[in-house]
Design a protein around this ligand. Structure first.
Ligand SMILES: Cc1cc2nc3c(=O)[nH]c(=O)nc-3n(C[C@H](O)[C@H](O)[C@H](O)COP(=O)(O)OP(=O)(O)OC[C@H]3O[C@@H](n4cnc5c(N)ncnc54)[C@H](O)[C@@H]3O)c2cc1C
Length: 391
């Protein structure tokens, strides 16, 4: 006999990454009873296997000013809520170009429009900050507020804030399926055969969302979906010991970037390859060669014989609205209300932060959407613990 627990007032969140935990805090602050179910440890998937780049939005500013502003607001909220998540001992990010001022000059106008603070670095400052990088690859440079951050520290603080607000968090609890009655979700079933009743279910299951809950994303005759889930894979290279103290990114070509983490350097590119949902996290030889070539340009004398190198690849998911053009281009925080989609199932939404950096913005969007769905829009909610505005 399936065991039943909890009342139907509960909001059940499936997934304990940045999306699930931050949303849980805001919903609990709105007075809702919330349970987070995580199949493994908190942050088991993309939330702890990323590059740890807390983006200021500068990368997006020239083409997506609104997204850039969201990133900058989220960065400030992250620093306010969890200053300890910033990698200690490292500075803020330097955007470099191999050309003279012109390329970066184009960017500064965009930074000013978005309100991003930046400092222009002299040749001497670039020599001091990026001594190991080939001078011809850093002919001009700007310092922006992006930081290297420790995702596990931020997740741990979010989990603590959630618990303090009354959220029940259950790890090692895999959700098998949604319970659907008369076209509406009434709860979830977990692997132990337990059924958990819910007033509403929020899927924050990352790349598993489309696979494990496919009935919500299936096309239906005559009804067009407004969203498409796109799985995106990128490659990273860890080098130990670190090759430079400051984080930096190259605005030219493939946008190679460097984030220092506790005595290591993690390199990536701005390339995100569209992959099948079932794609594993194997290293793609072409991407590894591309990283080799980029590092050869940046460090023509090599990294030194005693360096240890380890490559890995990771996959994240972007929920693209029909208006969006390019996968990976503008990773916006997105909420899909499945009652408006071809499946027409009530009481369930799926949420996607786009980037870990955008967690606080997503959480606020989720609070507004859920209160709206429940018809309690006017509920007074305490200020989020990450608020940077004075009461
Ligand atoms: C290689 C890589 C590098 C990246 N670098 C950066 C970066 O530097 N900066 C940045 O801002 N963003 C970065 N990102 C993106 C960022 O990591 C993701 O956008 C973010 O972590 C997604 O958070 P999430 O909570 O939606 O998903 P996830 O972190 O994937 O969380 C989903 C959770 O749901 C759980 N789950 C799944 N199915 C079930 C189920 N059936 N029952 C219960 N639990 C379930 C999973 O175990 C997991 O913990 C990177 C992503 C990748 C892959």
């Amino acid at each position: 006999m399936p065991q039943q627990s909890h009342t139907s007032e509960r909001i059940v969140i499936v997934g304990g990454g940045f999306a699930g935990l931050s949303s849980a805090v805001r919903l609990a602050q709105a007075g809702l009873p919330v349970t987070v179910l995580e199949q493994s440890k908190l942050g088991y998937a993309a939330s702890t296997r990323n590059q740890g780049w807390l983006q200021s939005g500068a990368w997006f500013a020239p083409h997506h000013p609104q997204l850039a502003r969201l990133c900058y607001d989220s960065l400030q909220e992250t620093l306010q809520f969890c200053p300890g998540c910033v990698e200690p001992g490292y500075g803020s990010m330097i955007y470099i170009s191999s050309s003279e001022q012109s390329a970066l000059d184009g960017c500064t106008q965009a930074f000013e429009q978005v309100g991003l603070p930046y400092d222009r670095l002299s040749a001497i400052e670039l020599d001091q900050s990026l001594p190991t990088v080939a001078p011809q690859q850093r002919r001009s440079g700007l310092r922006l507020p992006d930081r290297a951050f420790r995702p596990e520290v931020l997740l741990s603080d979010l989990a603590a804030a959630a618990r303090n607000s009354g959220v029940e968090i259950r790890s090692e609890t895999h959700v098998d399926r949604l319970l659907v009655e008369d076209g509406a979700v009434s709860g979830v079933s977990v692997r132990s055969q337990e059924q958990i009743r819910a007033r509403m279910v929020i899927l924050a299951a990352g790349t598993s969302s489309g696979l494990s809950f496919s009935q919500l994303f299936e096309p239906s005759a005559g009804r067009q979906s407004d969203y498409q889930l796109v799985n995106l894979k990128t490659h990273l290279r860890l080098v130990r010991p670190e090759v430079n103290c400051d984080p930096f990114c190259v605005i030219d070509a493939v946008g190679v970037n460097h984030l220092p983490h506790f005595g290591t350097s993690v390199f990536g590119t701005s390339r995100w390859k569209v992959v099948a949902p079932s794609d594993d996290e194997q290293i793609d030889a072409d991407e590894a060669r591309l990283l080799d070539a980029q590092l050869d340009l940046l460090f023509p004398d090599g990294l030194g014989a005693d360096h240890e190198v380890q490559d890995w690849a990771g996959t994240t998911v972007q929920a693209m609205h029909v208006d969006q053009i390019q996968p990976g281009d503008a990773p916006l925080p997105t909420i899909i209300d499945h009652s408006l989609e071809p499946c027409r199932v009530d009481n369930v939404i799926s949420i996607f932060p786009g980037r870990a950096t955008l967690w606080s913005h997503l959480a606020e969007k989720v609070r507004v959407t859920v209160l709206d769905c429940l018809g309690s829009r006017s509920v007074e909610t305490a200020r989020p613990p990450w608020s940077v505005t004075k009461p």
